[in-house]
Design a protein around this ligand. Structure first.
Ligand code: GDP
Length: 138
């Protein structure tokens, strides 16, 4: 069974959307096999988003991602990487399909409530960034 990393970003946690996001995963038949709440340091956020460090919005993204606590989860299911991306919707909420998390709750291209790994390699890196094998309960 495939696994992916999901984050509820600081805007989602601050706006009490943890339950709403989890409900969508559970309703879709996705299993949550690990979960924790944490507040990223600047270094931790930079390490997680290292692939974006040359992007013009990197500093703003770092400010946002360290602005408050997040919830990290490991999701498990068939094709869960693509399934989760579909539930999330496009990065830019204005382009996201109706009924997606970002279309329903994002307020800005940056403050888009959730993160989800985009490929098997990034999922493996991102899961291990937050969780060790003992913390994942299938
Ligand atoms: P994702 O995989 O859909 O999250 O999108 P990306 O990997 O392209 O970007 C990572 C995150 O950076 C997004 O989820 C947004 O929070 C933020 N982001 C992406 N594009 C922009 C942008 O043009 N401006 C700003 N301020 N933030 C952006």
């Amino acid at each position: 069974m495939e696994r992916t990393l999901s984050l509820i970003k600081p805007d989602g946690v601050a706006r009490n959307l943890i339950g709403e996001v989890i409900k969508r995963f559970e309703t879709a038949g996705i299993k949550i096999v690990a979960m924790k709440k944490l507040h990223l340091s600047r270094k931790q956020a930079e390490g997680f988003y290292a692939v974006h460090k040359e992007r013009p919005f990197f500093n703003s993204l770092m400010e946002f991602m360290t602005s408050g606590p997040i919830v990290a989860m490991v999701l498990e299911g068939e094709d869960v990487i693509a399934h989760n991306r579909k539930l999330m919707g496009a990065t830019n909420f204005k382009e996201a399909e109706e009924g997606t998390i970002r279309r329903d709750y994002a307020t800005d291209i940056e403050k888009n409530v959730v993160h989800g790994s985009d490929a098997p390699e990034t999922a493996a890196f991102e899961i291990s960034y937050f969780f060790n094998s003992m913390e994942i309960v299938g």
